[in-house]
Every structure is written in C-alpha cells, then in structure tokens.
Design a protein around this ligand. Structure first.
Ligand code: CLF
Ligand code: SF4
Length: 517
C-alpha cells in the first residue's frame, strides 16, 4: 500500500527533527526510557524510530494487488493510500521476484534494514503472496526486519502466521473507532464472501482492527497505527482513536493528511473533500501527542520505494536491472553487519557528545520542534562550512512548502549548508505566452521556469506533475514533493541532511551539526 513517486499528489507529515537521545520512536518518550527489548526492535527501523531514519533505509515490494475494503480516499488504479500517497501504479512482483529484488537491494544498500509489504492493495487481502514473500526472506535474509501494513480486516486470522515469520512490526490503518464515522469513510467491505455496506461494514472493520491490535500487542509485536486525517469527518474523532489505541498498547500513532484531488478519481477527490491544512494537521498531532507517542517523520512512501525515507532508488533495481544477478548473500550479510556496526559506533559517539546537539527538554511544541541548521549552528559555532546548496521553494505564505509546482510564479530561494539556512531572495518567472493552455505554451512556460531556477539543485513544492518532474531532473534540479505543508526551514533541513547522507559532496553524515536526532 505505500505508493509511488509523486505524479499527482504528495502529502507529507510534519517532520520532527527533534530527537530523544538515543532511539526514541517518536515524540513522547525518550529512547533511553524504553525497555531494552523494544529498543532492540526499533533501533534500526526507520519508521518506528525517528532517529533510525537518519541512518537506515527501508524498501517495499509491491506483491499485494487486491484489497478487501473500499476507502473513499482510494482509487484502485493507484497504490493504497492508507500508508502512502497516490501515484503511478507499481510494478507488481511475484514473491520470487520480490525476494530476488530484496536480496539485490540488501547487497547494494547495506543500510537497508527493513522490508515492508504495504501494497499496492492490502497485504493481508493477498495472504499467499505476502506470506510466501515473508517465508522466503525469513530463510534467505535473516538479518532483514520484516514489516507489514494493513487495513486490519483480515488481521486477526493471520496474526499467528505473521508471528511465525518473525514479524515484529505491523501497521494498522485505523481511521475511526465509531461506526458512524466509519460509514462516512468506508462504503463497503468484502467480508465472508459477500459485500457489506454502510454502518455494518464499518462496525465489522473496526472490530477486526481492534481485535488484531490486541492480539499483536499480546504477542509482543510493535504496532503502529496510521490514521488519515479527513477534515469534517474524523478530525475531532482521531483524538479518541489515539486514546483507544494507546490504551490497547499501540506503540506509535501516525496521523497523515488526506490527499484528495479530482484527478485521482477518488470519491473524496471528486466530491471536493479537502485535505487538512498544515495547521490542522499539526494541531491534531499535538492534541494526540498528549496521549501517545506520535510519528512525525512519515514520508508517505511508495509501495515499491527503496532507500532512506524520502529517497527513492527503485529505478536502480527494476526487474530488468536485477535479472541474472547472482547474489552471494552470505558475503553480503558480513558486509552489512560491518556497515551496521560502523553506523552504531557513530551513533554511540554522537550520543556521548555533550549537549551541543541535544534538543532541550521538555519537548517543544510542534511548531517549535523543528531544529533548524541555523539553530544548531548557534550551538556549534566552530562547525566548518561546506559547499552550499541552493534550494527553491514553492510557497504561498513564505512559511510552508504549500504550492503546486505548476502554480508557482515566484519561488523563495534558500541557501543551505552545514553553516545554516539563509534566505537569499525570490525569483519570479514571467511567462511569455498569453495564458494559453496549448501543449506548446505549457512546455515553453515550463522551460522558462526551469531557466529561472538556474543554479538551484532542489525545488521543493507541495505537488508536481510527472512531466515537469522529468524536465527538472534532466536540467539537474531535483524536484521534491516530500514535504508538502511542512515548514520551510524544517523541509530544507531534512533535504540537506538527506543529500549529505546520499553523498552529494557535502559534509559527511557524521557531521555533528546535522545529527539532530
Ligand atoms: Fe514500510 Fe510502513 Fe513498514 Fe515503514 S513505511 S511498511 S512501517 S517499512 Fe514509514 Fe513510509 Fe510512512 Fe509507512 S515512512 S509510509 S510509516
Ligand atoms: Fe485502497 Fe483502502 Fe484498500 Fe488501501 S485499504 S487499497 S486505501 S481501499
């Protein structure tokens, strides 16, 4: 269910760069306060530990095409948006193909520690394909954590089998605990060989989700609950959801913004249901945080995503590219263990560094939780400068990444480096055509925009179409829609850090100034 690279829509949750010292899962509890057994489970899981996502990668394999329910925010031609965002359809893999791909990625990207199955439909509505993939990987790649994300309808019946495959991390999308709310989100479910609609459908789904949650917790599995925030439908209600799932032992709550655009062809998209504003999302996350540990670094990634969160290296590992590769996984495991040990040594060193990189407690409010490079620099004035990166931001309010690339006429320019973030000014594009929407004029306007962005390495926007994405990349500018609605400074900080991690000639990832977690 995690979907693919943004073609139409992107939505990203707030990015909380604050860190519990060590390996806290999200806001609400420092890692050092967690029992050792739980720390061991989340230490290198990039979704369950905010800190880990700076160091470790995940990958998804799209082996699960079918779904057993209908969500009003889903159109089956896109991947499941319970834990993802709409995009182009994933390359569907057989379990054998998926396993080959996982081994190839694990050998090439030793930091990849987690394999998730999250779509493009519901993994547990495709139990044979999902479980066969897990079964093979348990045997062939025992050093990879296995993770699954589900709508929960089929969960209780499969909990024991999931545990057989050592699955220690499960995500359940729970948008409501009240069937009257559920009836506004789910038109039907497929249950015991028949279609059930309306309130009854929601009642069954909710009961199955809650039962599955309880069963997993009883077996020591860490459960993350994802909730899609749908203004006017479940916004107030999600506080109650948070309270209920926390009481039942869920580890983490991830409130994600609804993405609903008419071009997605979803019920909500077509009826004009809006998604939340950044303020609404932040306020709800903050309200829920009183009750529960919150995830704020979700990137709503694709069902076939590969790499660090927010990064997608899937194109390097297509079936065509991995065909015929013979992976010596025993050798790869040795190499992977060395890389992991080195990462852990770096993390240990960082955690011993006196307070320079630590975020003061008590935990700041959401709007203050973004630790800017600049603020870190103030605490480490001797940090050496490195090559600056120019980033353009499509923004309407000068504070958030909130504008579609195609609608932006003015871009705010920022320079990011290890020394901090600096606002440079604005660049404005004046399109020469007279407002025509002909293909030639649209292409010319795009070229003018790209010329205007000369010198920029990254352009941040809330959404971007497939075609401009390709043109920007061809011009050497990296489009980034991962931080829709996020505060600009937080988004730039995160992107810069990802570039460092990916090796773009910037300061090494060990640079203390960037280690905000
Ligand atoms: Fe994948 Fe999900 Fe496992 Fe992570 S993603 S199945 S828990 S390994 Fe992570 Fe991606 Fe957000 Fe999901 S950033 S969409 S929360
Ligand atoms: Fe779509 Fe909902 Fe099924 Fe996911 S669970 S594939 S969002 S209908």
């Amino acid at each position: 269910m995690e979907s693919k690279l943004s073609v139409n829509g992107v939505g990203a949750s707030c990015h909380d760069t604050r860190a519990a010292s060590g390996c806290g899962g999200g806001s609400g509890l420092a890692g050092s306060e967690l029992p050792a057994a739980i720390r061991a489970k989340i230490d290198n899981h990039p979704c369950f530990s905010e800190d880990a996502h700076h160091h470790y990668a995940r990958m998804h394999v799209a082996v699960a095409p079918a779904c057993n329910i209908q969500c009003h925010y889903c159109n089956r031609k896109y991947d499941c948006s319970n834990e993802s965002r709409p995009g182009v359809v994933s390359e569907l893999l057989t379990p054998d193909q998926a396993v080959s791909k996982v081994l190839a990625v694990a050998a090439a990207i030793p930091q990849m520690t987690v394999l998730g199955i999250a779509g493009p439909g519901d993994p547990l509505a495709n139990p044979q394909r999902t479980l066969e993939t897990f079964r093979q990987l348990t045997e062939k790649a025992p050093d990879i954590k296995l993770c699954v994300s589900t709508n929960g309808l089929a969960l209780p019946e499969l909990v024991d089998e999931l545990c057989l495959h050592n699955i220690e991390h499960v995500t359940i999308t729970i948008n409501c605990v009240d069937p009257d709310v559920g009836a506004q989100i789910y038109p039907w479910i497929f249950w015991k060989n028949r279609r059930v609609t309306g309130r009854k459908a929601a009642e069954i789904l909710i009961a199955q989700q809650q039962k599955g949650l309880e069963m997993l917790v009883a077996r020591g599995v860490l459960v993350k609950v994802n909730s899609v925030l749908i203004p006017g439908v479940n916004d107030e209600h999600l506080k109650e959801v948070s309270r209920v799932v926390k009481a039942k032992g869920a580890f983490l709550h991830n409130v994600m913004p609804l993405i609903a655009e008419p071009e997605h062809g979803t019920f909500y998209g077509l009826m004009g249901q809006r998604g939340p504003t950044a303020g609404e999302l932040g306020a709800l996350q903050e309200a829920c945080a009183g009750d529960m540990r919150m995830m704020r670094h979700c990137r709503q990634c694709r069902a076939d995503a590969v790499g660090m969160l927010g990064e997608d290296r899937g194109a390097e590992f297509t079936l065509e590219k991995i065909a015929g590769q013979e992976i010596d996984y025993a050798a790869a495991m040795v190499r992977r263990a060395e890389v992991h040990a080195s990462i852990e040594a770096q993390r240990a060193t960082k955690n011993q560094t006196p307070c320079a990189t630590q975020v003061p407690s008590p935990r700041p409010r959401t709007s203050e939780a973004y630790v800017s490079l600049a603020s870190l620099t103030r605490r480490r004035p001797t940090q050496p400068a490195t090559r600056p990166v120019l980033m353009a931001v499509a923004t309407t309010d000068g504070q958030h990444v909130d504008q579609h690339f195609a609608q932006a006429r003015t871009f705010a320019l920022y320079e990011a480096s290890a020394s901090g973030i600096r606002f440079i000014g604005e660049r404005r594009v004046v399109h020469e055509q007279g407002g025509s929407t002909s293909r030639d004029d649209t292409t010319r306007a795009l070229q003018q925009t790209i010329e205007m962005l000369a010198g920029c390495e990254v352009v941040l926007c809330s959404r971007i179409g497939y075609e401009p994405w390709g043109h920007l990349e061809a011009a050497g500018i990296r489009p980034n829609g991962e931080y829709a609605m996020a505060p600009i400074e937080a988004a730039i900080t995160a992107v810069y850090r990802e570039m460092v991690a990916a090796g773009h000639g910037l300061s090494p990832v060990t640079t203390p100034v960037l280690m905000t977690a």
